[in-house]
Design a protein around this ligand. Structure first.
Ligand SMILES: NC(=O)c1ccc[n+]([C@@H]2O[C@H](COP(=O)([O-])OP(=O)(O)OC[C@H]3O[C@@H](n4cnc5c(N)ncnc54)[C@H](OP(=O)(O)O)[C@@H]3O)[C@@H](O)[C@H]2O)c1
Length: 333
């Protein structure tokens, strides 16, 4: 499809709509796979491929796009580029989309561009709405817990956004368990219950299974996992070194080459064997594996090409695991 041609989404995009899950006890359903724009959608990335990925995602029932104020290189560029694509292609479909953004990490200079203050969060949401050319986001997250701001202030800012109509729901990301408990209580008292907890989850990062997941369930809060492929480690791409153009090869990527040790590669090789025995790619198995925990509502994938995106979508064809497979995978995590 040429750039200027009008985009017509796939009419069969919801054929597999049993793939949608209620987010916690809320009425909002999320697709099993959500697409994150942390990497691959900034000004340093291939913009044409980025637009193709967004269309391909939506054409396959991926209705949820996850952003943050500082996504993309430079900061803000993922929201800006996404806003452009939204306006040019998705404007008639806004009500079919769940768009999330966040603030909490370093964004602009000075004392008001980082952390959990009311000043930062509310100013940041205004900026995000401008960059994405939106009137509201579906979900706004506090991106991380800030020990130097009273949690009542951070949660108060989130509740204010909902009451203003600039965010339909709110969530928290990477909060320690005791602070998540407080956040859930305060948001409930404010009349704006927490929709969702966003945490790292993959075969290589299972910490949330201990406390975060049970606590979310107890509070009716949904769970969405990020970096389900451990930034690409859980794929076949690093089996034979670090390919050019991979996240680990880029100076601006968050995956560092020194994380790919021989010990890690030896585990990836064994996991790859298990995936092949299941007739899946390692990326597919790693994504499917996340759903062996029934309280994982969705996982946020990041892809650098339509080919990867399609590979990942095919993961949903086989989500079942034998106890033996789960045990073997667990031993390699
Ligand atoms: N709340 C938070 O603090 C937080 C933190 C991190 C992420 N997130 C969210 O989670 C999203 C996903 O994170 P992530 O990008 O780290 O996820 P990921 O799925 O673990 O890693 C994505 C990377 O894996 C590689 N990949 C993906 N599919 C592949 C396939 N089929 N075969 C081979 N390689 C494949 C690609 O790497 P190459 O680029 O090398 O091709 C891609 O960029 C982010 O965009 C963001 O929305 C949130």
């Amino acid at each position: 499809m040429s750039h200027s041609e009008k985009y017509t989404p796939n009419p069969d995009r919801y054929n597999n709509s049993e793939g949608f899950q209620h987010c916690g006890k809320s009425g909002l359903k999320l697709p099993r796979l959500s697409l994150g724009l942390w990497h691959n959608f900034g000004d340093v990335d291939d913009k044409e491929e980025a637009v193709k990925m967004l269309k391909h995602a939506f054409d396959n029932g991926i209705t949820h796009f996850d952003l943050a104020n500082n996504y993309g290189t430079p900061f803000g560029s993922a929201e800006k580029n996404f806003g452009k694509t939204l306006k040019e292609n998705f404007a008639p479909y806004r009500d079919e989309l769940i768009i999330s953004t966040k603030a909490g990490h370093d964004m602009w200079p000075g004392p008001y561009g980082d952390g959990g203050s009311r000043k930062y969060l509310i100013a940041s949401l205004e900026q995000s709405l401008k960059r994405m050319k939106l009137d509201y986001v579906d979900v706004f997250y506090s991106h991380r817990y800030d020990p130097n701001t009273p949690i009542e202030e951070t949660m108060g800012a989130l509740s204010h956004m909902v009451k203003q109509g600039k965010a339909l729901y709110v969530g928290i990301s990477k909060y320690p368990e005791d602070k998540a408990r407080e956040a859930y209580r305060i948001l409930k008292e404010n009349g704006t219950p927490c929709l969702i907890f966003q945490g790292r989850y993959s075969i290589f990062s299972r910490e949330i299974e201990q406390e975060v997941l049970p606590l979310a369930k107890e509070n009716g809060v949904g769970f969405i996992g990020f970096s389900p492929l451990a930034q690409g480690l859980l794929s076949d791409k690093y089996l034979n070194g670090i390919p050019e153009n991979s996240r680990a090869a880029h100076s601006y990527g968050f995956l560092q080459a020194n994380q790919i040790t021989t010990e890690v590669v030896s585990r990836i090789i064994k996991l790859n064997d298990i995936a092949l025995q299941r007739s899946q790619t390692l990326a597919q198995m790693a994504l499917a594996w996340c759903f062996h925990q029934p309280d994982v509502n969705s996982v946020i994938i990041g892809t650098s090409s339509v080919k990867q995106l399609q590979d990942n979508i095919n993961a949903l064809k086989n989500l079942s695991f034998t106890d033996e497979e789960l045990w073997r995978i667990g031993e390699l995590g």
